[in-house]
Every structure is written in structure tokens, then in C-alpha cells.
Design a protein around this ligand. Structure first.
Ligand code: PHB
Length: 375
């Protein structure tokens, strides 16, 4: 949607296809932490959001650890910039509103998608909506259709590599109508990870690490809160305002990077191109960075006939993707308990945390990675 709006503002024709309905899309709950550079890009680029009204600027986040002092991921101190707590769902609402104002062509509830001609100059896209069948001829197809979307499969296996790590646990997340903690708080405990996050002055998001063989129905609120409050140190547990969940979902954790991000006239962006575990909240930031690069590249193509940036898109986007994949993997390994892991791994984890506690250089490096700077 961001890419569509950016192109449309330059008079480049765009058609957006969405498998779900608008109601489906707006009910998807994702992480809500944005990097300073991404927030600035949205402000500068003409994307109209309510970030400065509804977002909560944050100095950074906190790690709390059973029987050890806290570490503050102090983005403000080390970079001078602030992170922004702004739920992805709010951003999606903003984008629909702007696309509606611009009259962007948007097809919802799309089925039977067929894309052909990607190695030629005029790809064809055919699909159905509940009331009609449509065929489009276009210049480029941008696959922004998520980790289980159609577009990755359009690239022959011989023409791509998929690098992947599947984690042996998931996150169970709940939404609660209650004031959140002041800081996004990552919790490590010998029984597993937990996280307290924010959505608004009276809306909180909490997660606990869970085994993959248990569904949401095995996690009534009482069990969720018992688990969360056991993992949280006393001062955190005392500060949390519990309440009934208004939403509950299980997310499996996965890292994935596809290389390259281009096949002929197809470009992949966002989750279609790469997945990160939610630890570090990089998914939305990476997706926006991809379309930032793609919008510049497509504008250079259409306005100046210059394909240099399009040629470089995959390499440029992947540099940032690998940096974020590294951060997400390191934070995931540091903060979670891996079922059946040797005690060696846990000792290394404790050692790693102690080194972080002792070294301002390491805290600074973590803050820069967390803020998406130098990536
Ligand atoms: C969230 O706001 O849901 C959130 C925040 C930080 C994370 C992951 C998720 O690392």
C-alpha cells in the first residue's frame, strides 16, 4: 500500500490486489515498534499517517532477566533518535484512507490469481473477485503478498535460494484493554520468554513463549497470566495491569531470506521476500525499507528511463534484511529457552547477557542494531 501510494502520487498507474477483504486486513495484529529512520521516511515521503498523534515516542526498550539487573536498549542515548510505538494496524488504516482519497485501484477478495510473462516486457495478471474476472497487462509485478503468498512460488526453484530457520516454539499474544507498561519489556526466565508491549494509553499487548503443539484453546486467560506473571520479575509483575484478552493468537517463529529478490519483471518485498521472528519487531520496518528502495527505483525507471536502482534493488534491500535477520536471531537466541537444549547453550546465553551488562560498547551496538542504524 505504501508503494502504491508513493507511485500513484507520481502519476504512475498502480493496481493493488489483496487476497483478503479489508476487514481481514484491518483485523491483522502485528508488532508495533518503528525505527526512527522509517518514521522519518514516512513523514518525508508524503505518506499521511497519524503517527505523530497516536504514536508513542520511546527512548528504547528494556530487557529484564531473572536474578540479574536490567539492560536498557537505550536508542535515545546512543543515537539521539527515538523509536516509535505505533501498531501496524493503525498504519494500515492510514494507508487505506490515503489510497481511498487518491482513488488507488484496489481489488479485495482476489482469487484464482495467475501471473505470466514475467521474463518478457509485458507481464499479464489474471484474477477473479467476487463479482468479476479481470485481466491486466503491466510493466512490473511487485510481490508484497506475505510469507504464504503466491509470488515467491512464481520464481523457479533453480532461480532462487531460500535460507531458513524454523524455531521450536511460538509466541502466544493477547491484547488487553488496560494501560501498558511505560517501556516495551523483553523478559528472560528459565521457563521461557515473555514480552510486554504497547498499543495505546489504554491498550496493551503481551506475549509468552509457548510450545508449538499447543493451540490457543489450551491457553485460557488464567493460564496466560499465570505464565506471564511467573516469568516477569516482581517489579514488572506488580506494574502490569492484567485483564481479559480481547484478542489472542499464536505466531510460530521463523527466519527466512530469499535471494535474489528479483526474477525478470517480478520484484519481491516485505514478508514475501523475508521473514524475521518478532523479537526486535523488524518485519514492518524491513517491508517499508524494501518499498522505499523500490519506489525510488521505479520512479527513476518511469521518469528518467534509468534502471540502475532497479538492477541494484535486490542487493541494496538484502543488506538491510541480513542485518535485521542477524539482530532478530541474536535476540531470539538470547531471550528464549530452546526445548531440549544442552546446558552449554544456556550457560553461553547467561555469559552473553553478563557481557552485555558489563559493556557499554555492546549496549551501544545493540541499540544501533535495534534502531536499524548502520544496518
Ligand atoms: C509489539 O508491539 O507487539 C511488539 C513489540 C516488540 C517486539 C515484538 C512485538 O519485539
Amino acid at each position: 500500500m505504501i508503494l502504491a501510494i508513493l507511485l500513484q502520487m507520481r502519476g504512475i498507474d498502480v493496481v493493488v490486489l489483496e487476497r483478503g477483504t479489508r476487514v481481514d486486513v484491518l483485523s491483522r495484529i502485528r508488532a508495533g515498534i518503528m525505527e526512527p529512520g522509517i518514521v522519518q521516511f514516512l513523514r518525508d515521503s508524503g505518506i499521511e499517517t497519524r503517527i505523530d498523534q497516536l504514536g508513542r515516542p520511546r527512548n528504547g526498550s528494556r530487557i529484564v532477566w531473572q536474578d540479574r539487573p536490567d539492560v536498557v536498549i537505550d536508542v535515545k542515548r546512543w543515537t539521539g533518535a527515538e523509536m516509535m510505538a505505533y501498531g501496524q494496524t493503525y498504519l494500515t488504516e492510514d494507508l487505506y484512507a490515503q489510497a481511498d482519497r487518491l482513488g488507488t485501484q484496489l481489488f479485495d477478495d482476489v482469487t484464482e490469481l495467475a501471473v505470466t510473462g514475467l521474463q518478457g516486457n509485458r507481464p499479464q495478471v489474471a484474477f477473479k473477485t467476487p463479482d468479476r474476472a479481470v485481466e491486466i497487462t503491466c510493466d512490473y509485478v511487485i510481490g508484497c503478498d506475505g510469507g504464504r503468498g503466491h509470488c515467491l512460488g512464481l520464481i523457479p526453484e533453480a532461480a532462487r535460494q531460500v535460507h531458513e530457520r524454523i524455531y521450536p516454539f511460538g509466541w502466544l499474544g493477547i491484547m488487553v484493554e488496560a494501560p501498558p507498561l511505560d517501556d516495551v519489556t523483553y523478559i528472560h526466565h528459565s521457563e521461557g520468554f515473555a514480552l510486554a508491549a504497547q498499543r495505546g494509553p489504554n491498550l496493551s499487548r503481551y506475549y509468552v513463549q509457548t510450545p508449538l503443539d499447543q493451540g490457543v484453546e489450551q491457553w485460557p486467560d488464567v493460564r496466560f497470566w499465570q505464565t506471564f506473571l511467573t516469568r516477569a520479575p516482581k517489579d514488572v509483575a506488580d506494574a502490569v495491569v492484567t485483564g481479559p484478552s480481547i484478542e489472542k493468537a499464536l505466531t510460530p517463529l521463523r527466519s527466512r531470506v530469499v535471494e535474489p529478490l528479483r526474477w525478470g519483471r517480478l520484484f519481491l518485498a516485505g514478508d514475501a521476500a523475508h521473514l524475521v521472528p518478532p523479537t526486535g519487531a523488524k518485519g514492518l520496518n524491513l517491508a517499508i525499507n524494501d518499498v522505499r528502495l523500490l519506489s525510488q527505483a521505479l520512479i527513476a525507471h518511469f521518469e528518467e528511463g534509468d534502471d540502475g536502482l532497479l538492477e541494484r534493488y535486490s542487493t541494496d534491500a538484502l543488506a538491510r534484511v541480513w542485518a535485521a535477520s542477524d539482530l532478530s536471531w541474536r535476540l531470539t537466541r538470547l531471550l528464549h529457552v530452546f526445548p531440549g537444549e544442552p546446558s552449554f547453550d544456556d550457560r553461553l546465553r547467561q555469559f552473553d547477557y553478563d557481557r552485555l551488562l558489563e559493556s557499554e560498547d555492546r549496549q551501544r551496538a545493540l541499540a544501533l542494531d535495534y534502531a536499524g542504524i548502520n544496518g
